[in-house]
Design a binder for this molecule. Sequence first.
Ligand code: J2J
Length: 525
Amino acid sequence: MTDWVPFPDDVAARYRELGYWTGETFGQFLADRAARFADRVAVVDDRQRWTYRELDERATRMAHGFVARGIEPGDRVVVQLPNVAEFLSVVFGLFRAGAVPVFALPPHRSSEISYFCSHTDAVGYVIADKFGGFDYRVLADQVGVREVFVLGDPGRHTALDDVPVDPSGELPTVDPSGLAFLQLSGGSTGVPKLIPRTHDDYLYSVRESADICGLDTSSVYLVALPVAHNFPMSSPGILGALHAGARIVLASAPSPDVAFGLIERERVTITGVVPPIALVWLDAVATRSEDLSSLRVLQVGGAKFAEEAARRVRPELGCGLQQVFGMAEGLVNYTRFDDDEDLVAISQGRPISPDDELLVVDSDDVPVAPGEVGHLLTRGPYTIRGYYRADEHNEVAFTDGYYRTGDLVRVLPSGHVVVEGRAKDQINRGGEKVAAEEVENHLIAHPAVHDAAVVAVPDPFLGERTCAFVVASGEVTGPQLRAFLRERGLAAYKIPDRVEFVAEFPHTGVGKTSRRDLRRALGGR
Ligand code: J2J
């Protein structure tokens, strides 16, 4: 069993020759930007404002603290923090300690966190004491990791503020082509997949993204989505902002109440949201008094943004729209600022790199005619060659180094991609990804459930919602099943929006549960 699949040597050599991979580590990246932009403000949240120099110093202090607590190079540490400045000092602290952050999202509960910890053999877990009415220390107790670091009141654990510091100690040398962190996959399988990214490949995508999105020292990037998600982290996100000497503003929530106030106060120039948030903003703006005139770009991605909504952005919000079709596995597409309005309204952008290879194939892996819809496969200088510790799944998810995205797309003559649908067993709930099989496995664990199938149902606001079809073998109600999933520690966004009981499942020709028929059955009710 290999931990992760590195790029083939000849391919890596080529990416270096082309200048894509520069040999810079995340630790050096921050030190370099801190030297260049020392007194500029790097990050702002509800409570604090740090300059680049302060962020750099805090990251180093955290690194020494982690080392003093026995975190060793290569150790995995699960990070689950809300949108706070400490996310940056913690993550860069871990990078400098040579450790490997594993990014969890705030809604994750014991089901997900236990899996991340056990699958990666994590030795550490970083949390906030409480956030959104939830006490993460309780979760830490359930999960049982060796070192728990808490932002705020630590209870019986270690406070992030008093990790012991030994400034005389040396920090390790870090390999830029090595594993930098593990990002979360939306997933379509029974257990979530973890995505191994390197310093070299990720920082390439970050630099190019900052460039494509026009970031410079006058830019102010608002983090409206959960900061650990790949979109606000790298497209261009917080890392793109640091690369360019821009200012990061962290919003505790994406609601107009919070976000609009921050846009006005901090003179935000760019932010990235998922389609439902864009819709809320579009509907709210007419009745709000905040001054949003500083906003130049609204990026929308994570799920398909309807053309009608896309066309409302400039007239109603007064800023440009940039569509973003990305994935934590790598490939990111952006519409460009000089694309004409129609292209920006109908397409999800074109790839970052001239060396992003996109294949659009039919179900026999034969390339479709140009412009036809097919399955998107991709490889390139920042797309992974395999998931972390997933040899078996990698056999089906990767072919010839190409990642099978599970997305159905067509490519326009300009090279822009239009997302037309999805072939993977995943529900895209307004940008939050739910793997059908993962939820089904939890449902089947209930003694009164004989079988379960989770499918997407169209929704005007979220794009899709989840519906669980259940064949019961005993007395059970929908609310009881939802409560059962919550008790099993499943993140709230994965709990089915609807539960429908059926006598049996429709089957496809080969005897597999037919999700299409299930969706159709639902349409008939
Ligand atoms: C349709 N589907 C989209 C879009 C992603 C930037 C932006 C988004 C993500 C992300 C990201 C879509 N239209 N505009 O990592 O850096 C669906 C596709 C894709 C999956 C990836 C980034 N943008 N999608 O959403 O890893 O199905 O990354 O394969 O969460 O989201 O999900 P995720």
